[in-house]
Ligand binder design. Structure first.
Ligand SMILES: Cc1cc2nc3c(=O)[nH]c(=O)nc-3n(C[C@H](O)[C@H](O)[C@H](O)COP(=O)(O)OP(=O)(O)OC[C@H]3O[C@@H](n4cnc5c(N)ncnc54)[C@H](O)[C@@H]3O)c2cc1C
Length: 452
């Protein structure tokens, strides 16, 4: 029990702490007696809440770092791989991020980045010899993710050069062909492209190619068209897949820039991957020497070996695209305020963020294991297809939520999410659509082919 003296002493100490000047200012703004009366009627819980609010007012809250690698998969890498991952990340943030929206809008390729890429020395990541780094498939996947985390077009350019074009020569070329092309391609002095899809034949390329190759002595004569071919407008060499009219098998040809009968038109007005220069190629009686036919490409099964390898890379690109969108969106929600609070503090926004992170984390763990299978030499078509389907599908969901939590700014390029929304559409369709990759997995798990 406190006596009258104690009460007096307490009241004296209280009065001493009151700043009367501040009180006067306050009473000009609010009805102070009313405020005091309301506070006096508050229960313990309400008073504690008020004190918590007042004590946090003005103090800067320490926010968690923005990081899309929630399960710390990067930490599982060995020191060398981790260092390379961070080097690629720093390169993408410093050299690519500042210019990417401008080039995307202009639908032009930033040729100045080629020399900078050369310095990174990461082309032909997994290949042995020819100046290539000879690193793991996991490292290749991590690089694809880091690139796509900033820009999926640049990641695609790299995938076409290092994966599809170099990979065709590395896996299916003769020793002489590898010696001639791979060192220059590794250094990006020679730019490559990969021509499989045709205007009328996309998903059905396995049996349906209409581009023909007719052997005449030591020369092949090629006729037909190829559509969507990335890098085709400026490539020095294009791997053309054509059907041999004599044995009906698909064969691969190294078409050199400037070959008479070759022409290419840029495909304009794309809504996705606008930096990638996709071409419509026409081949009219193109003469190609037998020595420029890929010597170990004897049927579509060989083409599929290259696609199996690069499809895993597309799954990683999708992860990068989702990660870039998620991280940009999360950062935005931490600073954007509505109703006096950062929007990240709203339950419905947190719901979106957690859905995004769940998908992203599931994708990351999936592609990590996918690359382990690849490094163990155990990767099958259906493994790569499942990851390609799942990751590109989930990425569409992640980018659309990223765009959603940003309100109107989500559709502005400068906020660095809109581009991911658009680019996710191309990742979803190229290197085998959802349906085609699902059919590959479906065939593997049921034993029934449902392609036609
Ligand atoms: C940006 C971009 C870059 C590309 N780069 C290259 C490149 O560098 N080199 C290259 O060769 N190609 C490239 N492509 C082509 C790409 O691989 C094809 O677009 C893709 O394989 C799909 O073919 P398509 O567009 O002709 O669609 P289609 O084959 O016409 O398919 C249309 C729809 O029908 C569905 N469908 C088809 N068959 C079946 C079936 N049996 N059952 C159920 N559904 C089915 C498809 O899933 C799809 O939804 C690129 C494409 C894009 C968009």
């Amino acid at each position: 029990m406190s006596g009258p003296l104690t009460k007096l002493r307490n009241a004296y100490h209280l009065l001493k702490r009151i700043d009367f000047k501040m009180l006067a200012q306050l009473s000009e703004k609010v009805d102070l007696p009313k405020v005091m009366e309301s506070v006096a009627h508050m229960d313990d819980t309400q008073l504690k809440g008020l004190m918590k609010m007042l004590s946090s007012y003005g103090s800067k809250k320490e926010l968690p770092p923005v990081n899309g690698d929630f399960y710390d998969l990067g930490e599982k890498l060995n020191a060398d791989d981790r260092a390379l991952q961070l080097k690629v990340r720093a390169f993408m943030e410093k050299e690519i991020k500042p210019i990417v929206n401008e080039y995307w809008l202009k639908a032009e390729f930033p040729f100045e980045i080629i020399a900078k890429f050369r310095e990174l020395n990461i082309c032909g990541v997994t290949y042995d010899g020819y100046g290539c780094p000879n690193r793991s498939y996991l490292m290749e996947g991590i690089i694809a993710m880091e690139m796509a985390r900033i820009d999926a077009s640049v990641a695609t350019f790299f995938d076409v050069q290092s994966g599809l074009a170099m990979g065709s020569v590395y896996q299916l070329g003769s020793a002489a062909q590898k010696d001639e092309w791979l060192p220059g391609m590794q250094q990006l002095n020679i730019i490559g492209a990969f021509g499989l899809t045709e205007p009328e034949v996309g998903s059905a390329t396995a049996g349906g190619l209409t581009t023909t190759a007719k052997r005449n002595g030591d020369t092949w004569i090629l006729n037909g068209q190829k559509k969507w071919i990335g890098n085709a407008t400026f490539a020095d060499v294009i791997v053309i897949w054509a059907k041999d009219v004599d044995d009906n098998q698909v064969k691969g040809f190294l078409l050199r820039k400037g070959t008479p009968g070759f022409s290419v038109e840029k495909i304009h007005d794309k809504m996705a991957l606008r930096i990638v220069q996709n071409g419509l190629i026409t081949l009219t009686d193109c003469h190609i020497a037998e020595s420029d036919r890929l010597q170990h490409a004897n049927s579509f099964k060989d083409t599929a070996r290259v696609l199996r390898m690069t499809r895993a890379g597309v799954a990683w690109e999708a992860v990068g695209c989702a990660r870039g969108a998620y991280e940009n969106a999360l950062a935005y929600t931490l600073t954007r305020k509505q109703f006096g609070k950062p929007i990240a503090a709203f339950q419905l926004i947190q719901g979106h963020l957690v859905e995004m992170l769940s998908n992203l984390t599931a994708m990351q763990t999936m592609v990590y294991r996918l690359s382990e299978l690849q490094d163990e030499g155990a990767l099958k078509d259906e493994h790569a297809s499942l990851a390609k389907v799942f990751c590109t599908l989930r990425t569409r969901d992640v980018v659309s939520r990223a765009r959603e939590v940003m309100g109107g700014n989500g559709i502005l390029l400068e906020y660095n999410v809109a581009r991911f929304v658009a680019d996710a559409e191309a990742l979803y369709s190229y290197e085998g659509t959802k349906e085609i990759n699902s059919l590959i997995v479906g065939r593997a798990i049921t034993g029934f082919s449902a392609f036609v």
